[in-house]
Design a protein around this ligand. Sequence first.
Ligand code: AMP
Length: 221
Amino acid sequence: MATYIVLMGMQGAGKGTQAAALSQKLSLPHITTGGLFRAMDGQDSDLAREIQAIMARGDLVPDATTIEVVRQRLTKPDAANGAIFDGFPRTLPQAEALDHLLAELGSRVALVPLLTLDRQEAIERISARWECTLDPTHVYNLNTNPPKVAGICDIDGAPLRQRPDDTPEAAAKRIDTFFEKTAPLLDYYRARGLVHEVNAAQPIEAVSAALFHLIEVSKNA
Ligand code: AMP
């Protein structure tokens, strides 16, 4: 049975960092809608320009567009054995669409780890976040996980940058949107017994260890 994991938590909780670690450990693709949308930056199309404007405001991209991007990603052969979803689904229609897409593949969501963090700490983390310009899954925090050389990615030597939607205003708006639109999804998954909380205020390695443990337990359940 394929293993599709939906990693949830407010912005700044460490979904990207943990999804990258899980992806490596489990040899499953890391599917991040935010990353897929950022990869469209600079494309010469009305859709790409509209998406960049929505992201810069901290709003959500419309469900139909988001679901289509995920549908296309799931048709790639590397997603046949499972995937780690990061930042998707974010609304109830997206969660329902994911169920349909996985049902077409003869599968379903296996586990929904919820990374918990308080709002103030999340905003502090977002303000200190820098990402690699070559591979945005390489993410640093200037306070807790700084690069070895300031401004340079440890992994590939590319320059780091701050995400344009990591301004305090856009970050606060994204967190509000999390509570308004995404938190209700937890009930959808709780009804199926899939949600397991992990304290995201712990060091990165401790969060990873808790996540690996959860996955092992759920595989044997
Ligand atoms: P993230 O990297 O997950 O913080 O996403 C960055 C931005 O991309 C969000 O603030 C949204 O504008 C957009 N985005 C990413 N994932 C989704 C999604 N599942 N639904 C709608 N918009 C999304």
